[in-house]
Design a protein. Sequence first.
Length: 318
Amino acid sequence: MSVKDEQLLAWISEEFYCKGISQVDLAKKLRTSKATVSRLIQKAVAEGIVRFEITVPRQNNVQLEKELEEVFGISRAVVINTNLLDEQDKMDHVGRIGAEFLPTFLNDGDIVGLSGGRSVNSLVKHLAQEDCTKQIEITQLSGVYSEQAPQNSSLYAAEHMARKFGSKWHPLLLPAVMGSVHSRDVLINDPAFKKSFGIFEKINVAVLGVGSLLGDIPDSDLYRTGYLEEDELQKLKKQGAVGVILSNFIDADGNPVPSSLKERIISMSLDQLKAVPFSIGVANGPGKVLPVRAALKGGYYKSIITDSETAASLLENK
């Protein structure tokens, strides 16, 4: 093809694709037929003079991810775009897209501990079998609230994830909160259960949510199941508590807040959690902003999976 022909194809393509000139008007300019113009445009594509690039909208917000990592000093953030979705749809969307990322956080040989909660279980529910190829072991980070919806429990999350990965599973078949300090002490010193608690020291990846004590009706399974009563809740709020991690309370800076429940809970301790090499926080929603920020500041989350609006709010007044 001559240079003159190339120039014609380039000119007609620019007029059509860049300037929006119709094929009918181009035919008039060239004093030829519309069919000829169409044929020349197709030839420009075939000869590589015109090339198309299709940009697929990203499910994750790279800019917000970078800012979260820099501001909070975490190793990795996954921020999922959820604009125009309502809160329930956001949680499901974060779970579905987050499930595509979760296996990329894991390595062969990991011992993974999971909390309960709706966000974590939504993530686990959406795991695709074909992505679950790592050789890992799975356990719970805490016991189970007796009045909790089964599909939101740590037991359900761990069992479901173990099935997806075909993993060895170490169930913690115990309540999250014992009736008394004495009963808890007896239980944790029972040789039959010591092995269950010993697994906490071996966990090197934790996947967990965070409960909120904010608002008139706190978004926390500890409150929903009746273990956290109203009088205790008000005391905790006066002490500055904003969030709940594994039945432990934290203030806005991530510091532990003492409570009457502390010596009765069955879970990994906050000190143990901070010592886990890699922890993944899974949480989203306007009511979770302060608790998530507290978890990040306290060092309980070393990475995070959240939505774009929560991420933007976390970066405000940082």
